[in-house]
Design a binder for this molecule. Structure first.
Ligand code: APR
Ligand code: PHB
Length: 389
């Protein structure tokens, strides 16, 4: 097979990239290890920056999001002893955010690709990248027992944190920067009406989050030890702990019910630099991970795809390679901003096991300052709504 761009991974990054390239007359093949059904079952964060919302609309992917998504000025923070604090994106930037699940975005992307006749290979096993520096790169994979080969001009590594693309860059040509946090998030989905707002709660018992996926679908999380497993958490225990971390009046409004999904995600910050090697360009979780506090993961994937698609368009339409050469640096500038913001919000809102009283005092002071300083609020709001691409 032959494609201008071989895309490894059919998550949001890979699908969005192939969609935008197609609209610019650039052909691609997406190689996805799992089945479509499996990909669509993954549940992930669902808060979109203003720029992500605009980009999805611009590329014809906004119809269902605008129907089913929920517009928000920002996310609220509950802190014992304080009035509810709104990270007010709208007030400080004039922009709003959208609550819309990544699962739905992935469904929308799949159907857009199918409508356009896009080439997606599901269940592509043993994907391997070859001759990245040769000027004639290619990818091989196994499908139904047969080895297949895709010759291409470029390879986009959109295969997430555990993918093969990043690992295909020689170890001495990349560097990782990492923080693993000493806790995870236990998340549940329940078919109950959510609270009106998305709310982060800080308490001495740890962090909690109330979010939403639809008028009758709620998503909640509590900070938990990384050593816990979902079986340790009966629904009853979950709801009890969740409510204990919110102020009593908010807790009273939480409608409980049986969970339909329950899982634990560890929290980590990770960046691999550079995001390019020869013909290979990394995008999304393949190159970086942020903890979910701040909901930046998907938004970063979208900004990478924005820069990469723009650079490829400039290459094919105008024979310009300067944007491709600048891709890693351009994407990383925005990545590090989100890495810092996500780290900061995580540090502000979580209790670190075994800590002495000093960091708790600092957290409280930081939050207190935030509630009193318009400057601090503007800084946070601007980054939360999302810096421009
Ligand atoms: N070969 C082919 N496909 C692979 C391989 C491989 N060796 N390894 C992984 N994949 C596939 C995975 O099955 C997955 O469908 O690559 C896809 C990567 O998708 P995501 O992990 O969702 O990563 P990305 O598309 O960059 O999306 C980033 O996901 O984790 C969230 O918060 C993050 O919202 C952000 C988004
Ligand atoms: C979610 O809705 O799943 C969600 C919301 C906000 C976050 C993380 C996850 O920061």
């Amino acid at each position: 097979m032959r494609a201008q761009v071989a895309i490894i991974g059919g998550g949001p990054s890979g699908l969005l990239l192939s969609h935008i390239l197609d609209l610019n007359g650039i052909g691609s093949i997406v190689l996805e290890r799992k089945s479509k059904a499996y990909v669509l079952e993954r549940i992930r964060a669902g808060v979109l920056e203003a720029g992500t919302v605009e980009l999805l609309r611009q590329y014809g992917l906004g119809a269902r999001m605008d129907r089913e998504g929920h517009v928000h000025d920002g996310i609220r923070i509950k802190w014992p002893g304080y009035d509810t604090f709104l990270i007010d994106g709208h007030r400080f930037t004039g922009k709003t955010m959208m609550a819309y699940g990544q699962t739905q975005i992935t469904e929308d992307l799949y159907s857009a690709r199918e409508t356009a006749g896009g080439h997606i290979v599901e269940e592509a096993e043993d994907v391997a990248l070859h001759d990245l520096k040769s000027g004639r790169p290619y990818v091989t994979f196994l499908k139904e027992g047969k080895t297949q080969r895709v010759d291409c001009d470029f390879i986009a590594g959109c295969d997430g944190f555990h993918g093969v693309s990043r690992q295909s860059i020689p170890a001495d040509a990349r560097r990782a920067y990492e923080r693993v946090y000493p806790f995870g998030w236990l998340g549940i989905m329940s078919e109950t009406p959510p609270l009106d707002d998305i709310i982060y709660a800080y308490s001495e018992r740890g962090f909690a989050l109330a979010s939403q996926r639809g008028p009758k679908l709620s998503r909640y999380y509590v900070q938990c030890p990384t050593t816990d497993s979902p079986e340790d958490w009966s629904d009853e225990r979950f709801w009890h702990e969740l409510k204990a971390r919110f102020p009593a009046d908010t807790a009273a409004k939480i409608v409980t019910g049986p969970s339909i999904e329950k899982s634990i995600a560890p929290l980590r910050s990770f960046v691999s630099e550079p995001m390019q090697y020869g013909a290979l360009y990394l995008a999304g979780d393949a190159a970086h991970i942020v903890p979910p506090t701040g909901a930046k993961g998907l938004n970063l994937a979208v900004s990478d795809v924005f820069y990469l698609s723009r650079a490829l368009r400039a290459f094919y339409a105008d024979r310009r390679s300067d944007l491709l050469e600048a891709y890693s640096e351009t994407a990383l500038r925005r990545v590090w901003n989100a890495v810092r913001l996500s780290w900061w919000l995580t540090t502000l809102l979580h209790v670190f096991p075994g800590e002495d009283p000093f960091p708790a005092k600092l957290r409280r002071n930081e939050f207190d300052y935030l509630t009193r300083s318009e400057h601090a609020q503007a800084t946070l709001a601007e980054q939360f709504v999302g810096l421009p691409f």
